[in-house]
Design a protein around this ligand. Sequence first.
Ligand code: PGA
Ligand code: ZN
Length: 399
Amino acid sequence: LITDIRLRRILDSRGNPTVEADVVTESGGFGRAAAPSGASTGEYEAVERPPSEAIAAAREHAVPRLVGEVYAGNQRDVDAALHAADGTDDFSEIGANSAVAISMAAAKAGADVLGAPLFQHLGGTFRGDGFPIPLGNVVGGGEHAADATDIQEFLAAPVGAPSIADAVFANAAVHAAVADLLEERDVPCGKGDEGAWAPSIDDGEAFEIVAEAVSMVQGEVGFNIGFGLDVAGAELYDSDSETYEYSDRSRDTDEQIAYIADLVEEYDLVYVEDPLDEDDYDAFADLTDEVGDQTLICGDDLFVTNTDRLVNGIDRGAANSILIKPNQIGTLSDAFDAIELATENGYDSVVSHRSGETEDATIAHLAVATDAPFIKTGAVGGERTAKLNELIRIADDAT
Ligand code: PGA
Ligand code: ZN
């Protein structure tokens, strides 16, 4: 039984406050987890409140429904109590940041009570023995860095890696190779919010550099490395003009679809996230129709880890993959439901970090527990390596 819940403000990787939760149980179990935070947030995400308000509201409404009432190991009960405490359908009362921190901390406390690793507690004994392929952000801009690329993320995808460790090191090597190529071209640059290089170059030059870096590293490691994109199309889309606004030109929806399809062909992209606006299921469906057998078309802002939106997408053939961010929906149970629905319908799940992160590594366990084929959690930087190194430890543990 949960006997205590403590909530506090801690720092995230952008230097903003976020919510951390501690959950303590009667039998001495302990779990601690922190909420991440997005910058290019989807319009239909569960609502994040200012941490001090989210904490106050959770103390008033959620803590009394959990402490002395619910077992930490009963994740469905914990998450049902969070929903009941909140009373809205978007967590706008207690805040999705308080909800997700408590939900994840309870899961860790439940695992602690069992003496099992978190992935084992969440996934159970019948989970598979694969590992998720990490998608590593190596160049980016958009909402994550000023004066850099229009496309938000260029992601290394070591699809042929024989192990999680090989995949993690390959992504770091691509990140380093990109730096070398930028230096050769005399392009100075810093990093964006997720640790990707954020040079002031156009997208065309970024494609050249990433393609070259990927092929250099592929030659060294001897397994297949592809790359992909998070276009974050909703951030480029102007709903007044109904066009996608790039630095050098604009594209209407048909032109955007053709542009992305051409990129898939030219660079053999293995992954394209949010190529189109978050309201445009039809355009997503047209693109998926065109290139969905060659690449993953993934909905992030489109689906926001929400099963209602995913059902709509499945009905309309809008994509073949879904991004899973627990804080977009507020609880681990809801994230599990989205993954299960996706898997049943042949959609690949990509468990994901946010641009604002902490040392919390819950998503590494979530990806392993659910047999998610991909995880997106950056390539370098402490709050990113927290997850990557946890994946290496899990693989070491589980084999
Ligand atoms: P965000 O970006 O965390 O800023 O929303 C990540 C993404 O769009 O995938
Ligand atoms: Zn995204």
